[in-house]
Design a binder for this molecule. Sequence first.
Ligand code: BTN
Length: 262
Amino acid sequence: MLMEIQKKLQEHPWVGQIHWFDEIDSTNTRAKEMALAGAPHGTVLIADHQTGGRGRLGRSFQSPGGVGVYMSILLRPNCAMDQLMHLTCATAVASCDAVEHSTGLRPGIKWTNDLVHEKRKLAGILTELVIVGNQVCAVVGIGINCCQGPDDFSEDIRGFAGSLAMSTGKTVDRASVAACLIDAIFRMDEGLISGKTAMMEQYRRDCITIGQDVSLLRGDEVRHGHALSVDNDGALVVRFGDDSVEHVQSGEISVRGMYGYL
Ligand code: BTN
């Protein structure tokens, strides 16, 4: 698959720094190691199969071989950490662009980091920051379910997991999805600071959580409210029952619609 991806990217600035793994524990974990070892901005890691794919909040991300795109990209943005609050949202928009370019389907975004279509999760994003010397490095990790059928997911997630093939009813070319994703992240990175306002406007257009009644889960604590918007730092703006309005950072929070996953 690596050669197919390289062929599609032709003269792309990042084409010479794509690392392919038939099997790895987690591309995000390896990307962080490579960041510490001095790997350059725009280093791309792609795996056919992850044995320890990781998601947010310590969850795992099922990453079987032959059916998905599991990718991490190392960025060395020239800015302070507090200017990167919107990075996960920007990556989500770029991932929607990549899926749309490669399949014709534009997924929605469930705040903060899930790509969804018809109540099914198609992809997840895990953004991790590491400080190397005095520089901030960001690893953006994206896992996209491409070719799975319903029976390919384990029973615990079968009710709400989906794939691009299930959503489009078509065969999905993983190399096209991967090549479009690399290019979309490249473009996202180019406008990460200067294009922040426009990116967040697009995020709000894609985000299906806005306008919904939501349950916010932090450990054992559950709070119910209404999602009003997402601010330019990626926080969910929620009105609670006592009419107070809070900007909730994704940190340790998981969001559920009142009636299940969405
Ligand atoms: C989530 O669903 O909470 C995020 C899932 C992120 C999965 C991707 S797959 C590539 C990269 N490597 C990992 O271990 N995780 C991310």
